[in-house]
Write a protein that binds this ligand. Structure first.
Ligand SMILES: [Fe+2]
Ligand SMILES: [Fe+2]
Length: 215
């Protein structure tokens, strides 16, 4: 049994509980594969949706009573709110003080730029957990088996194009920043490969790389 498993079981519905256990299992597998702490991955995985079934009123009163501010983006979406309250709940009520675990819960919905390995693992585990059945999930699981960054980037792209834009939902700036970071890193990688192929010095390439100037 995972830590907090019974605690979660008593607080969410059956479907959500099954999902939480599956995310913990997938997070543990990814942590093992990519050298992250498996106990932290399991803890963040099992708790990541602990407040997902709260009403808007419950989210807001919890945040208000603990003096926790949110941005205008989170105000518009319960889906965004639950990641914040789940993280704060884990800290305040369950007394989890590990920043990496709390951030992995906090950013499991939006992702963000400069994610830690644990954050990437929980973000991805949420998207590819055993009970997920959307088109493309098997390909994503396949990629997750050999390239964590590639799988996280694909998941971010899928969420933006397949979910947020299609439904005309707001895209949180953290998600855009995560997406841009990967595009930037990929283009830098492509420039480096081109430089190696053409035996051009990397220094010269980076000077002419417009992405370098922008960022
Ligand atoms: Fe969630
Ligand atoms: Fe989830």
């Amino acid at each position: 049994m995972f830590p907090f498993e019974l605690f979660v079981k008593e607080r969410v519905g059956e479907k959500r509980f099954k999902h939480s256990v599956n995310v913990a299992k997938t997070a543990r597998w990814l942590a093992f594969k990519y050298g992250a702490n498996e106990d932290k991955a399991v803890t963040a995985g099992i708790l990541h949706d602990i407040t997902k079934e709260w009403t808007v009123h419950e989210h807001m009163s919890f945040l208000h009573s603990h003096n926790i501010g949110i941005s205008k983006y989170e105000y518009t979406s319960v889906k965004l709110l639950h990641a914040i309250t789940a993280s704060c709940y884990s800290k305040i009520v369950l007394r989890i003080n590990d920043t990496d675990i709390l951030n992995a819960i906090r950013f499991h919905t939006t992702a963000r730029a400069n994610m830690s390995i644990l954050e990437k693992i929980v973000y991805l585990a949420d998207g590819i957990s055993e009970e997920r059945k959307y088109s493309g999930v098997n390909e994503l699981r396949y990629i997750a088996d050999y390239d964590l960054n590639e799988a996280v980037f694909k998941e971010i792209c899928g969420v933006i194009s397949g979910e947020l834009i299609k439904k005309e939902h707001l895209i949180h700036p953290d998600t855009i920043n995560a997406y841009n970071e990967y595009v930037f890193l990929n283009s830098k990688d492509a420039m480096q490969k081109l430089a190696e192929k053409n035996t051009i010095g990397i220094k010269n390439i980076s000077k002419s790389n417009k992405f370098t100037k922008v960022y």
